[in-house]
Design a protein around this ligand. Structure first.
Ligand code: DX5
Ligand code: ZN
Length: 231
């Protein structure tokens, strides 16, 4: 079975108790903390910045933090997130004037670099930079909000991205973000994804009075991933 990693998007967590929420979801078996940064310019919503990333590290979070930049421009904020403890930094190619430079800046800052593809954005942006990419993130919704429905055309795009990665021989993770839930994660895995962002699919399905609230949802996702691997 591939090395599947589950990355809860904290956008759907309870921000008033963020440290505790992240601790609980990691204790339940999540692998990566997905951290959505929105600027009310590249996308029509406003979220969190490097201060919050640093606060999570100071709180004791040791898991990889996957910073998904939905901001324009991107370069100015990259070193700030690197110093704040980001592990991955991904950005949308449309938001950078110099994609190759932004990717290099992320790696030079000591982080792993990724490109994010909106539903209508072509994978062609990868043609000349595949050697500079550690993560390809396919958006399965239009970016800006949690709780939207998975766009089915993403499955074909995942298959195309999986072929690209396998043919290249590079060690690149294939992440998917938007509308990922227990009931569709198996077919998404079968299409080639290995890293699964889920916000409302994890944080929205837990009872707040249950101390082990994320165990069951993550366990169900693992079972479905195993099924997906054998499709
Ligand atoms: C959307 C964000 C996602 C979002 C996913 O722009 O990039 O990470 O939190 O939320 P769900 O899983 O609820 O679609
Ligand atoms: Zn995201």
């Amino acid at each position: 079975m591939p090395d599947y990693q589950i990355a809860p998007s904290i956008l759907s967590a309870d921000f008033a108790r963020l440290g505790e929420e992240v601790d609980n979801v990691l204790a339940a078996g999540a692998d990566i903390v997905h951290f959505d940064v929105m600027d009310n310019h590249y996308v029509p919503n406003l979220t969190i910045g490097p201060l919050v990333c640093e606060a999570l590290r100071k709180h004791g979070v040791e898991a990889p933090i996957d910073v998904h930049l939905m901001v324009k421009p991107v370069d100015r904020i990259i070193p700030d997130f690197a110093s704040a403890g980001a592990s991955y930094i991904t950005f949308h190619p449309e938001a950078s004037e110099h994609i190759d430079r932004s990717l290099s800046l992320i790696r030079d800052s000591g982080c792993r670099a990724g490109l994010v593809f909106n539903p209508a954005t072509s994978l062609g942006y990868l043609d000349y930079v595949l050697d500079k990419v550690d993560m390809i993130l396919l958006m399965s919704v239009n970016p800006g909000f949690g709780g939207q429905s998975f766009i089915p055309a993403t499955l074909d795009k995942l298959r195309a991205a999986r072929r690209l990665i396998d043919q290249s021989g590079y060690d690149i993770r294939l992440e998917v973000d938007g509308g990922v839930k227990v009931d569709n994660i198996a077919e998404i895995a079968a299409a080639g994804a290995d890293t699964f962002v889920s916000g409302s699919g994890i944080f929205g399905f837990a009872r707040s009075d249950d101390p082990n609230r994320y165990d069951s949802i993550l366990q169900q996702m693992r079972v479905e991933l195993e099924r997906g691997a054998s499709i």
